[in-house]
Design a protein around this ligand. Structure first.
Ligand code: PLP
Length: 406
């Protein structure tokens, strides 16, 4: 593919197709979930039409076929993030479950007064599981703050770390501020003190090239649905030597070697952390999505989104009374903003009447709202299929909404 052709890309996404007779759809809520290309939708339905069988269980050909397809998908994920081994790829329901798995299993080794460092800009799913674990084991949470532009105050990290620090959990990219954090710097510092690092990659995976070996992170979590794959499937990457020391999360079928009432032994990686029947269709959909993204290349997608980010940001800044929330130097295409005297929900409702879908509210990151002393923001977030014409529609609809509400 030489020249970027948004029309060709858009044609791959059935929901964006001609909506004759229906309401216009300008979908700018990609940080909440992305739309799915036909290749993903087809792979899910193909699985149920032609391949459905339970995996890792049957001797019959259909089960073996489904198992093989699932393991090929695991390999595709391994390649996509450049993990060392497919055993390091654990399928979960999403970022939330991946973080809960680590917080719960790693958490079992925490003792009284141990410390967990999390970022101030985290999504609730990278705060609450740690709070639950901390409460259970009488450990403490410490917070790495960000500054007014939405950049992590990394200078403060060395002071936050103590001999009691057991793990650092940080987001790669903020779903509210758009900040792309310098996680490599955090990981290097943490490792020099033998502290493991978990990265919430829910946004990072779709907008940046992720190479877990180059990053050297201990855990990297992401959801399929934010990178054009189905909902309900996600990944926990963990370094093998880390995962091997973690106790199991859920118990059940598939995660065991031998079950006896006198004592049960657990399966090898990665199955030890995959209790029960997996979402095979979702896993195949995830593979289709990663194949689709790889074909275009994540760098190219990021370049398109960066252009939309710069273009839209400049236009928004020309609107009177509009304040951007999140102005870090390195950002992905997530733009949060507030408008003086107007409630985000009211503006969002009027935008919706113009067919422009944005998100309003706290975006599952209430500490960020508290930091800026606001109730919520409007948020426009872009994906590879968005266009400058859509950004123009957002701006026009915004101006109309402001004129109506003021
Ligand atoms: C969406 C998101 C999550 C939660 O992902 P789920 O798919 O709901 O589990 C966590 N962190 C960030 C940064 C997100 O954007």
């Amino acid at each position: 593919m030489s020249q970027w052709n948004a029309d060709n890309i858009r044609a791959d996404f059935p929901i964006l197709a001609d909506r004759a007779g229906k309401r216009k759809l300008i979908y700018l809520d990609n940080a909440a979930t992305t739309q799915k290309p036909a290749a993903v939708i087809d792979s899910v339905s193909e699985y149920y039409r032609k391949h459905n069988a339970n995996v890792h269980r049957g001797v019959h050909f259909l089960s073996l076929e489904a198992t093989q397809m699932m393991e090929e998908a695991r390999l595709a994920v391994k390649e996509f993030i450049n993990a060392k081994s497919a055993d390091e790829i654990i399928f979960t329901r999403g970022t939330t479950e991946s973080i809960n798995l680590v917080a719960s299993s790693f958490g079992k080794s925490l003792a009284k007064d141990d410390e967990i460092i999390v970022g101030e800009m985290e999504h609730h799913s990278n705060i609450v599981p740690w709070q639950m674990t901390a409460e259970e084991h009488k450990a403490k949470i410490k917070v790495l703050p960000f500054d007014q532009s939405g950049e992590l105050m990394l200078d403060l990290l060395p002071q936050l770390i103590t001999p009691h620090t057991r793990i650092i959990a940080l987001t790669h990219v903020s779903n509210v501020l758009g900040t792309i954090n310098d996680i490599k710097k955090v990981i290097d510092l943490a490792h020099s003190l033998r502290i493991p690092v978990l990265i919430d990659g829910a946004q990072g995976i779709a907008h940046t090239k992720v190479d877990v070996q180059a990053l050297d992170c201990d855990f990297y979590c992401f959801s399929g649905h934010k990178i054009y794959a189905p909902m309900g499937i996600g990944v926990l990457y963990g370094k093998k030597e880390r995962l091997e020391t973690l106790p199991p999360y859920q118990g059940g079928g598939e995660m065991i070697k031998q079950v006896k009432f006198s004592g049960t032994s657990y399966n090898d990686l990665p199955y030890r952390f995959e209790a029960g029947t997996p979402d095979v269709a979702g896993i195949l959909g995830l593979k289709a999505a990663l194949d689709y993204v790889s074909k275009i290349s994540i760098e190219r997608i990021a370049a398109i989104e960066d252009e939309l980010l710069d273009y839209t940001t400049a236009q928004l800044q020309s609107i009177d009374g509009l304040r951007l929330i999140g102005t870090a130097k390195r950002k992905s295409a997530v733009i949060s903003f507030v408008i003086n005297g107007l409630h985000p929900f009211d503006v969002g409702t009027l935008l919706d009447m113009e067919g422009v879908a944005v998100r309003t509210g706290h975006h599952c990151a209430q500490p960020v709202m508290e930091h800026f002393d606001i109730v919520g923001t409007l948020r426009a977030s872009f994906a590879m299929y968005n266009t400058k014409a859509e950004a123009d529609s957002l701006i026009a609809a915004l101006k109309k909404a402001i004129a109506m509400l003021k």
